[in-house]
Design a protein around this ligand. Structure first.
Ligand code: BGC
Length: 489
């Protein structure tokens, strides 16, 4: 007989079940919403045309700069593509001050970013930098600008390969005066204020970077179909047939190369089913959303990605702790000011540790509870209850992640051939959450159009450095585009 605590934890855990029939419904609805997004603007699935019309084959060469804004860190790197599927990368990473993420102005943020680029150039490319400054001072000579790929991992309405306006912030960022503005122009103007030898050549979502990087490095002839992030946020980008992107016809000024007949689409699947027609919803999901800074938006992301899984678990644990019929953390002093009762007080990395500890003494779980929540002396039964909930929340996230993947496989018809379908993934959840891929694949096999045979054709590989290499690859494509907007015109 299990104790009242474990019985109650198990009951709550069941609320996170996401059975095969619901996965199947989710896939059908995803296909419907994705077709809608290809035809019109302002739909839940944005299906953003990226103006990137080819994936690389590994022979690309050159030196490019790339920067990445999209999570807690800002990264600046230079990438040397060797043209033989390999590359070398030099990078620096800096934490973005909280106040710049959520309360400052866009000018504050972009000036901060340009300063980091300047510091990077001075350290790693000082000769080029000094020469540029000298030429400028003497007013002579051709400008030799670094082409930069700007990985900006938020929903942006793109107008060309190096322009696009911010639709909305996600993942805890909130700088209202940037919404509706061209983020490439904002970065370029901050760069020009500092007189740096840099041209913002390409605007890149991290998923598109992941797809490009995977396609550059992955073995074999087959280009990659899909790049996906399961990290702080979640999203995917895939290769679509141009004639299916019917909303392109109404984008009058859009110019792009049509020779491949394809274009990469940034799905922005974090906002799949914002209306909650098919997504599972527990009381914890609903409360998390109501208390978030963007209620009603990114509803898929709020059930899947690293920014939110810890908060879902925290809310479920609070419910158990408040329940006088069960004893959770009864040997522990927990105050209402403690981390357990603080919104966002529980980091998602705790879930990975809990899921990984299968020992009888659960020492790692105890240490993690102490480190993350200041909870000392948790009993074995407390740990078991935490584990039951964690497992349920993580498994639901992984099974949900199969929905867009299955939908894109079906929608693009890629399973109809004998070829391997290559998928590049990145992000802390897929990389560190134990068995994430196994649970995802189990759900994928349950989708009738995919099944065991379809799943076998899908090759999933981690694609590191997408935001560096991928952005460099897009900057390369863009720098060859004569129509590229010259920032100094
Ligand atoms: C953003 C996407 C991004 C994803 C992964 C989401 O919150 O809307 O643009 O690709 O996070 O970083």
């Amino acid at each position: 007989m299990s104790s009242p605590l474990l019985a109650e934890a198990t009951r709550i855990a069941r609320e996170f079940d996401y059975p095969a029939a619901q996965v199947q419904r989710g896939v059908a609805e995803y296909i419907r919403q994705s077709n809608e997004g290809l035809a019109q603007e302002n739909t839940t699935l944005s299906q953003i045309p990226t103006f990137v019309t080819a994936v690389p084959n590994g022979t690309e060469k050159g030196l490019y700069l790339a920067v990445d804004l999209g999570g807690t860190n800002f990264r600046v790197c230079s990438v040397e593509l060797h043209g033989d599927t390999t590359f070398s990368l030099t990078q620096s990473k800096i934490m973005i001050p909280r106040e710049l993420m959520a309360s400052g102005t866009s000018k504050d943020l972009f000036t901060f970013l340009a300063r980091q680029i300047e510091a990077f150039l001075r350290i790693h490319h000082n000769e080029h930098f000094e020469a540029h400054q000298r030429r400028r001072r003497e007013g002579k000579g051709e400008e030799e600008l670094f082409d930069l790929g700007f990985t900006f991992s938020f929903p942006v309405r793109q107008y060309g390969i190096n322009s696009g306006t911010l639709i909305r912030w996600t993942k805890g960022f909130n700088i209202p005066d940037a919404v509706g503005h061209d983020v490439c122009a904002l970065l370029q103007s901050a760069i020009d204020d500092l007189d740096l030898p840099v041209r913002v050549a390409a605007l890149v979502n991290d998923t598109v970077g992941t797809l490009m990087a995977r396609s550059y490095t992955s073995p074999g002839e087959t280009g990659t179909l899909l790049g996906a992030i399961f990290g702080t946020g979640t999203n995917g980008a895939y290769v679509e047939k141009l004639d299916k992107i019917t909303k392109l016809k109404s984008m009058k000024d859009a110019h792009f190369d049509t020779s491949t007949g394809e274009m990469i689409i940034n799905a922005e699947w974090g906002s799949f089913d914002n209306q909650l027609g098919v997504l599972p919803s527990t009381i914890y999901d609903r409360e998390l959303d109501a208390d978030s800074n963007n209620p009603g938006i990114q509803m898929f992301e709020k059930r899947v990605s690293g920014m939110f899984l810890g908060e879902i678990l925290r809310r479920a644990l609070v419910a158990l702790h408040k329940d006088s019929k069960v004893d959770l953390f009864s040997n522990v002093s927990i105050t209402p000011e403690g981390l357990l009762y603080r919104q966002w007080g529980l980091d998602t990395s705790l879930l990975s540790v809990v899921e990984a500890d299968n020992t009888s003494q659960m020492t790692d779980i105890k240490t993690a509870l102490k480190d993350h929540l200041n909870i000392e002396n948790a009993s074995n039964e407390d740990c078991q209850a935490v584990k039951i909930l964690t497992h349920a929340i993580g498994k639901r996230a992984a099974r949900l992640s199969a929905v867009p993947l299955a939908a894109i496989l079906i929608h693009t018809g890629k399973l109809q051939t004998d070829d391997i379908v290559d998928v590049g993934v990145d992000g802390s959840v897929v990389e560190f959450y134990p068995n994430f891929e196994a649970h995802l694949r189990e759900a994928l096999r349950e989708v009738k159009e995919v099944g065991v045979e379809g799943d076998k054709k899908v090759r999933i590989g981690i694609s590191k450095d997408g935001s560096g290499v991928g952005a460099a690859l897009i900057a390369l494509v863009a720098s060859k585009d004569e129509n590229l907007k010259n920032p100094r015109e």
